[in-house]
Design a protein around this ligand. Structure first.
Ligand SMILES: Cc1cc2nc3c(=O)[nH]c(=O)nc-3n(C[C@H](O)[C@H](O)[C@H](O)COP(=O)(O)OP(=O)(O)OC[C@H]3O[C@@H](n4cnc5c(N)ncnc54)[C@H](O)[C@@H]3O)c2cc1C
Length: 344
């Protein structure tokens, strides 16, 4: 009998799982709040993978462990840094075209950011969506899913519009992203409220949620008018964007020897301290060559608000990446008892 798999969430995680599982012959349905919602669609800079001749997964792992302040799960770091080049190769084989140059980001000792201009997430999500539809993945959009948990066991899920418990499921993939939209200052879209993944962890009880205290704050978010945008880290990495206060001082060097290329948590704290001390903080983009060609979405954003890269852009840190959540192993498996009574 063909197994039925439901995937909740249509970001890069959900769509990648859908494609892999459909190719493996399963019946796959993706259910999502917003087909083009979530972090994936607005993510900018690109994907880190050690593919350059002067780089290796081991070096990538060492950089990650260093900036992780010895708090990382070493097995997970080694697994993901060694898988990253494999995934990049797979995407290229599928026909995804990255730009030719690799970009640099904070904390990395090598150029290893694979990107598509400054809209990598949007372009990659559209690419994966097209592939999933081509393969015949069933997609249900504009549906908020809530899992039904009783006595620590998932009994099924309900969707807001259709209602009714759906329990004829063999496997459920939770790809509902993070919850950083809960913060007042955030880079995240409004879909990221944790109502799916983290909420069931709380309701299921036990040790299913972990590391919830680890929320990464991105240092360079801006709000112009009522539009908020993350100024991608690749602007600083080798492209020459500077972080300055109202006197033009590059104060980040007072906090870390790598200045603007310090790890995100260090730079976020530096900017926060500067703001708390009554200063104003800006990103100065004037030194970037071919700004419009390299960063079209930032350039269009500035233009919409009557600015260009010759103007200083006010910035602040905000909640960005939720590192904690459902406890899983490197294969993404939770310890929640699920569907045992439901598997046919
Ligand atoms: C502004 C920004 C820039 C970023 N830039 C980068 C970058 O350059 N490089 C990088 O590696 N990472 C970046 N990130 C992080 C990266 O985007 C995320 O780690 C990644 O996209 C997460 O993918 P995902 O599929 O797990 O989740 P998401 O893309 O967030 O998708 C979650 C999905 O779940 C759906 N959903 C949520 N709750 C429910 C529910 N209850 N019912 C139904 N559906 C639900 C949503 O609609 C959405 O489709 C960035 C993040 C942001 C916000």
């Amino acid at each position: 009998m063909r197994l039925l798999i439901y995937i909740i969430g249509s970001g890069i995680a959900g769509l990648s799982a859908a494609i892999a599982l459909k190719r493996a012959g399963y019946g796959v349905t993706v259910i999502t709040k917003e087909l083009r919602g979530g972090s994936s669609y607005v993510s900018k800079g690109g994907i880190a993978a050690a593919t350059a001749i002067d780089d290796s997964p081991q070096m990538h792992a060492e950089d990650t462990l260093r900036v992780g302040d010895e708090l990382c799960d070493v097995e997970a770091v080694r697994y993901f840094t060694s898988e990253a080049p494999v995934i990049i190769e797979e995407l290229i084989k599928m026909g995804f075209e990255f730009d030719n140059d690799l970009r640099l980001e904070g904390g990395h000792s090598r150029r290893r950011i694979h990107h598509k201009t400054d809209e990598t997430g949007r372009v990659l999500t559209e690419f994966l969506l097209k592939e999933a539809i081509k393969l015949g993945v069933n997609i249900v959009e504009d549906e908020l899913v809530t899992l039904q948990v009783r006595d620590g066991v998932i009994k099924g899920f309900v969707t807001r519009e259709r209602g009714g418990l759906i329990s004829n499921v063999d496997y459920l993939v939770l790809a509902m992203g993070g919850y950083a939209y809960l913060w007042q200052y955030t880079s995240n879209p409004s879909t990221n409220t944790g109502d799916g993944g983290v909420a069931i962890a709380l309701r299921a009880g036990g040790a299913v949620a972990s590391d919830m205290e680890f929320v990464q704050f991105h240092p360079t978010i801006t709000t112009l008018g009522d539009e908020t945008m993350l100024l991608t880290e690749t602007l600083r990495g080798g492209e020459g964007a500077r972080i300055v206060n109202e006197f033009g001082e590059r104060f980040a060097f007072n906090y870390h020897e790598r200045g603007e290329l310090a790890p995100r948590d260090v730079l976020s704290r530096a900017i926060y301290m500067e703001l708390m001390n009554g200063h104003r903080v800006y990103m100065d983009l004037s030194g970037i060559e071919d700004f419009e060609g390299k960063f079209p979405s930032v350039s269009n954003f500035l233009r919409r608000h009557g600015l260009s890269n010759k103007d200083r852009v006010p910035i602040y840190p905000g909640a960005h990446f939720t590192i904690g959540g459902l406890r899983v192993n490197v294969r993404g498996e939770t310890n929640i008892k699920a569907f045992t009574p439901l598997v046919r």
